[in-house]
Structures are given as structure tokens and as C-alpha cells.
Design a protein around this ligand. Structure first.
Ligand code: NAD
Length: 352
């Protein structure tokens, strides 16, 4: 019998990639999404196109139009499907938007995760539960690390962080944004279902997750949105830190591959910092140069002399725990490759 995958947020960047990755490995795929991204971000956040793509590409794809906040609806899906693995990617994903919709943010990110965990415990407790968390659970504490200013970027001056931020970094006593707080709540819940109920579970604390299928908007999806501005000749707004703020970028396919490795060898209540690491890190200024080199178009931008609340100055993930637990996994797409794919995708999407 075919193994069954349930992906929440299946219309989104990571969800859709996970659907394709597991489908290629023989799974029946159940996607759950209510296109809430279009409610959060307006028409530019619409993800139906991605749902249609999955329906075309995946033979055994079944879509469930359910809101993760709907406790009974989630119970019903889990009772009916009894998936062999659950990948939870549905979320209100924006740091900045959360303050304007605090209840929607918390109900989606924290309560939605609890709804799923409890439904999984009742109907398929043996199935690994993989949760997309975020590096915003560390709040702005990474900003307390000593930094040095280089020509195009900020860099850690403290040798302890030469490989990036490890999972042992504090998540406590710093400014998170409401988004970081609701995601921290879900992160702790997922760990707890692992430790308390011995369910296989992990939290993947994402850096910048990206790829050609992101519906990047100003408030979420940094590289995708930056490239979109470049292709459209639209001004990108840089908020503070001289445009030298550093992010690590990981292609959604490398994210899906890690999730698959975890499914094959699951652990209980684990936490991993899942980003591109130091090699795939860049500042906004460096991302402009990269994109210009690929697209051949000059990046238009304006500088706003005010950084976003709680925004990281320099953040890249220490990947050593991931690669020590899963030595067969590694980053396969570097920044240039990632940028090329995003440029091509926007060129096609904007032309159609
Ligand atoms: N993209 C990033 O840079 C990044 C970075 C760190 C962490 N993450 C985390 O990874 C996960 C996936 O991110 P993404 O970039 O794929 O996001 P995305 O917005 O592209 O996809 C999320 C999907 O979830 C759906 N959704 C939202 N609320 C829902 C609800 N209440 N019920 C059902 N479906 C709902 C949306 O419609 C969307 O299709 C999120 O948990 C996010 O916080 C993302």
C-alpha cells in the first residue's frame, strides 16, 4: 500500500515543494490549504496557481480546503487520512504583519499547530510530525553578538559564531515580534509532544527559505520579492542597517530533502536551524549585485533610515547539528543557482 503524506500549507512555497518531493518517492499526497496567504497579503499572495500546479503534476494528490484553526475540521482530516507523515508548513509567516492581526496570527501559528498535534496524537501517533519553525524564535537576541562592519555586509566579530547560530542559542528574554512569539509557542508545543508523549517530531527553525515557487511580497519572502522588483523595474525599499543586514538562504528543494531524511530516521522533540548557512548568506546589497548579474537589469531601490522592529542585523544558521545527525543531507543549491531559478520563474510568471 502507498504511504500517505499530509502537508498543511500545501499551496505555499515549502508545502508545495514537499508535496512534489514525497510524490516522486511514491507517496500519496494530501494537501491542506485554504489560500489564507491571499487574505493575509491580498491578491499578490494568492497561491491557487500553485495548487493547480500540484493537481497537474501529482497523480495521487488530494486537496483539503480546511483552515488549521478549525479544530473539528482538522480532527476529521486526520481521522480519515491517518497519514504516515505530517509536514506542517501552514502559517501566518510575516514578522511585520503580525502586529496588525494579533489574533489571526496566534490562532493560526500557535493554536493551529496545537490542533494538528492533538489530532495526530489521537489518530496517528506513530507518524513523524515535522514543523516549520523560524529563526525569529530567537527574537532579536542575535543582535547582541559583537559584529564587524565590512564593505557590503555585517559579520560576526565573535569567534564563537563563526559557523553561525546554533540551536543552543537562547530563545528567551528578547524582542520577538508577535509573529516570533506565536511561532515560539508552536515550537515549544512540537518539542513537548515529542518529549512528553514520545511522538517523533521536530522543529525546523528556518532562515530565509526561498525558491522559484514563492509568491514573494514586501512583507514576506525577501529574495523572491527583491528579484520581482528587479524584473519589474520597481523600487525595493531597504529598511535600515545600511542594507548590510545578512540573511542565509536555502532552496525549498533542500528543505524538502531534509524533511525526507528526518522522516526516514525520525527523532523525538528535536530542533534544527535550517538555513543556507554561511556559504549561502548575503546582505541586501549583495543580493542586489547577485540579481543584477543574473537578470542584467539594474536594481532600483530607496533607503528608509529605520530598521524593522526586532529585525536581525546578521543571521546565518550553524548547520553542523543537521549534518551530524543526517550526514547524507547537504545543501545542493548555491546562491547563484537559487537566484537564477527565481529570476527565470518571475520572468515566466510576469509574462503570462
Ligand atoms: N519563507 C521563509 O523565508 C520562512 C522562513 C522561516 C520560517 N518559515 C516558515 O516556513 C513555513 C512555510 O513558509 P512558506 O514560505 O512556505 O509560507 P507560504 O506563505 O508560502 O505558505 C504557507 C501556506 O499556508 C497557508 N495557510 C496560512 N494560514 C492557513 C490556515 N489558517 N489554514 C490553512 N492554510 C493556511 C497559506 O495559504 C499558504 O499557502 C511557515 O511556517 C513559515 O513561518 C518560512
Amino acid at each position: 500500500m502507498k504511504r500517505k503524506l499530509l502537508v498543511t500549507g500545501s499551496n505555499g512555497l515549502i508545502g508545495s515543494e514537499v508535496c512534489l518531493y514525497f510524490a516522486a518517492r511514491g507517496f500519496t499526497v494530501h494537501g491542506l490549504d485554504n489560500n489564507q496567504r491571499a487574505v493575509f497579503f491580498g491578491p499578490a499572495g494568492n497561491t491557487r496557481w500553485n495548487q493547480r500546479r500540484l493537481e497537474q503534476l501529482v497523480r495521487h494528490f488530494q486537496h483539503h480546503e480546511v483552515d488549521v484553526r478549525d479544530r473539528e475540521g482538522i480532527q476529521q482530516v486526520l481521522r480519515q487520512v491517518k497519514p504516515d507523515v505530517i509536514v506542517h508548513t501552514a502559517a501566518q509567516p510575516s514578522h511585520d504583519l503580525a502586529a496588525t492581526i494579533p489574533f489571526d496570527d496566534f490562532d493560526t501559528n500557535a493554536t493551529g499547530t496545537l490542533n494538528l498535534l492533538e489530532a495526530a496524537r489521537r489518530h496517528c501517533p506513530e507518524s513523524p510530525f515535522i514543523h516549520m519553525s523560524t529563526n525569529k524564535v530567537y527574537g532579536d537576541a542575535p543582535n547582541s553578538i559583537a559584529l564587524k562592519e565590512l564593505e557590503t555586509r555585517w559579520e560576526y566579530a565573535d569567534e564563537a559564531f563563526l559557523n553561525g547560530i546554533p540551536e543552543t542559542f537562547t530563545i528567551d528574554q528578547s524582542k520577538h515580534s508577535l509573529f516570533g512569539a506565536s511561532k515560539a509557542a508552536s515550537d515549544i508545543l512540537v518539542q513537548e509532544y515529542g518529549r512528553y508523549f514520545s511522538m517523533s517530531s521536530c522543529c525546523l527553525r528556518g532562515g530565509c527559505l526561498t525558491g522559484p515557487n514563492h509568491a514573494g511580497v514586501e512583507l514576506h519572502g525577501f529574495l523572491s520579492y527583491l528579484v520581482k522588483c528587479n524584473i519589474e523595474g520597481k523600487e525595493y525599499r531597504v529598511y535600515g542597517y545600511k542594507g548590510k543586514q545578512v540573511r542565509d538562504n536555502i532552496h525549498s528543494e533542500d528543505v524538502a530533502a531534509f524533511i525526507y531524511h528526518f522522516y526516514l530516521n525520525p527523532r523525538c522533540g528535536e530542533v534544527y536551524n535550517l538555513g543556507g548557512g554561511k556559504d549561502n548568506s548575503c546582505s541586501i546589497l549583495e543580493a542586489f549585485a547577485l540579481t543584477e548579474a543574473v537578470s542584467g537589469r539594474r536594481q532600483q531601490y530607496t533607503y528608509v533610515d529605520q530598521h524593522r522592529v526586532g529585525d536581525h542585523i546578521c543571521y546565518y544558521s550553524d548547520l553542523r547539528k543537521m549534518t551530524s545527525h543526517y550526514p547524507n543531507w547537504s545543501i545542493t543549491k548555491d546562491l547563484t543557482q537559487i537566484t537564477k531559478e527565481i529570476v527565470e520563474s518571475w520572468q515566466t510568471r510576469l509574462a503570462s
